[in-house]
Ligand binder design. Structure first.
Ligand code: FAD
Length: 245
């Protein structure tokens, strides 16, 4: 069966859902999709509904998956509010709605989304930042790098270092520090040490990505004397949970 035939057979939202979508969601057109690697898609969305809106680095959008009100959350890398255009980097981890959505996108497709809405509030932080995360945090890191300050050091755990390296180069993060995930999270001690090595510099810490990894790094930072005023955490996904926002 062809791709488009597959899409025609997807269940269509009912009247109430369609009305809610119209009221609360912004329509967008896919202006470009780039397969930067097997598991990553850079996606440009555009449309009048993306013009003249307030967006700040660290905010999220929630994209409707086309059936009912189910949505998946992504982080804009940039937002041109005059042109009405935003850029996302979607990681396709497996067979799940968000991954399938990203993998099936074609230029000219349309979608609907909530937002942008506050997620991590990084305003007012002047000190250097250390960002810990994973593939789902690449977009946040790229967004932070669009700012003149604060300077951001980027430390990621990833499933595939060989794939992630070139993707990060493509979005201007070639200097990111990468650690390969190991069985039973055996790599997390080493990653937490890398992050905690910045504790004495006065840096602020932003912990994102996989919930158990965030908890591990959080504990290491507390042990190194970093208080909650220097830490912001936001779980982007957790094993066995769906659609965190
Ligand atoms: C504020 C916020 C911002 C985010 N920004 C981005 C972004 O810019 N780019 C991006 O790619 N993602 C981002 N995410 C993460 C993304 O929303 C989740 O990974 C989401 O679960 C993907 O939806 P899905 O339908 O593919 O998987 P789901 O149906 O939600 O999950 C199914 C199962 O897959 C597993 N799973 C989920 N995510 C992953 C993963 N990344 N790796 C391995 N296994 C996973 C879990 O076990 C889960 O139970 C963000 C999340 C939040 C909360």
């Amino acid at each position: 069966m062809t791709d488009s035939a597959d899409r025609l057979q997807e269940p269509q939202p009912g009247y109430v859902t369609r009305t809610l979508l119209r009221w609360f969601m912004r329509p967008a057109r896919v202006a470009a999709v780039s397969a930067v690697s097997e598991h990553f898609r850079l996606v440009d969305l555009e449309g009048d509904a993306l013009k003249n809106i307030a967006w700040t680095v660290g905010e999220k959008i929630q994209i409707s998956m086309g059936t009912g009100l189910m949505a998946r959350t992504y982080t804009p890398i940039s937002w041109d509010t005059e042109r009405g255009r935003t850029r996302l980097l979607a990681f396709m981890h497996g067979d799940a709605p968000g991954s399938r959505w990203a993998g099936g996108l074609r230029e000219g497709d349309t979608c609907q989304f909530f937002g942008p809405r506050r997620s991590l509030d990084l305003s007012g932080i002047e000190a250097p930042l250390v960002l810990f995360g994973d593939e789902t945090s690449f977009a946040l890191a790229a967004a932070l790098r669009t700012l003149q300050s604060p300077r951001t050091t980027v430390i990621f755990e990833v499933s595939d270092v060989a794939e992630s390296g070139p993707v990060l180069e493509e979005i201007g993060l070639g200097d990111a520090n990468l650690t390969a995930r190991a069985a039973n999270d055996a790599h997390l001690g080493a990653v937490a040490d890398k992050v905690a090595a910045h504790a004495s510099t006065g840096a602020h810490f932003v912990l994102t990505g996989k919930a158990p990894a965030i908890q591990h790094v959080n504990r290491a930072l507390r042990a190194a004397g970093v208080g909650s005023s220097r830490m912001k955490t936001k779980a982007y996904w957790a094993p066995g949970k769906t659609g965190l926002d």
